[in-house]
Design a protein around this ligand. Sequence first.
Ligand code: PMP
Length: 418
Amino acid sequence: MDEQPLVERLRPFDATIFTEITALAVRHRAVNLGQGAPGTPGPDEVLEAAVDAIRAGRNQYAPGWGVRPLREAIAAHQQRHHGLEYDPASEVVVTAGATEAITAAVLALCEPGDEVVALSPAYDSYAAACALAHARLVEVPLSPPAWRLDPERLRAAVTDRTRLLLVNTPHNPTGRVLDPDERAAVAAVAREHDLVVVTDEVYEHLWFDGHVHVPLAALPGMRERTLVVSSGGKTFSVTGWKVGWACGPRPLVHAVHAAKQWLSFSNATPQQYAVATGLDLPDTWFDGYRADHAQRRATMLDALDAHGLEATAPEGTYFVALDARQLGPAAARIAAGAADGPTDGPTAGAQAAAGDTADLDGLALCRALPAAHGVAAVPLQVFGSDPALRPWLRLAFCKPHDEIREGVARLAAVRDAA
Ligand code: PMP
């Protein structure tokens, strides 16, 4: 058999960074600030509803579109939180997490060679979805440290092959929430070029300090061209359930369903009933969820500050982006060691071996941190091709407070070990 049976276009996506870093974190019993897997249980009502659904025998195939109570709950949620109206019978489809909704949208809407324009750094499944569809991901860089969208860069990225705009806000991994000017700019480009927009809103309930998340679909002329994607796994801290959805005008949702049915056909039935229960929780629950994460964010920012590490307060999501050059020459030396080691990371070079932070390789550093300092983080450079991402790390704060503090202390110890 061929030694490398994986088709060439999928080879760059062989193992996701989350799989790799989490495996290292487990092996070295590290505090895992890498993967965005919540360290908190979901709401009791939601967990109980899943158990009840299993006991009630709701264990056979769900309809491909999703069980009716969930589709109704999704439509009611969109109306209550965002003022967006969707017909649960024809404008909502349930998917295996937001991931499947996005992949199905790209597969369903892109011909080979079509271009998908996305903000970069971009959640890593986007590029893989494009590879599956023989489409091309075109990045619009958000540059550190402000990570703002430059409308001119967005305009410049659109060509006559552009089929989709894929826009994630609140944004993983930078923690940005697109502001009214940025939202208006995206909408203007979409309307001018008559593009379909896929909005990844899995962090729709996680915004802070008045950086309110407003779906692009709520802007004039946008509902009719937008597929809104979100995830019950994210909102209810049950990421292992993989229950997500897409809402939009009937033809777009119909197209997503057409692709989705050949990916998974349908999704776990009891969890769909449970997510419906979650979506119907009162506003006080959603406010409490946001307040709880605001506290974890404060714990993360306070811990970084206490150790003299500077980071911009994220406007949304549960991630903080950190410039690891602040960890000093020791970080570069650790990274260089990892690059020479068995994990075979990209060579950090002689400069790094000498402890020069100017060219710090965040990927090599993240590969080394679990063994060297008992902490795991994710490198931003795997989310995009902009060289400016190279020294940046992503830290997740959807974790118990003591884990956040311990993880940051271990990270800071890198610098102090110099
Ligand atoms: N989009 C973004 C921006 C994400 O951060 C994630 C999860 N990390 C997903 C999509 C995937 O969501 P799901 O687990 O529902 O597939």
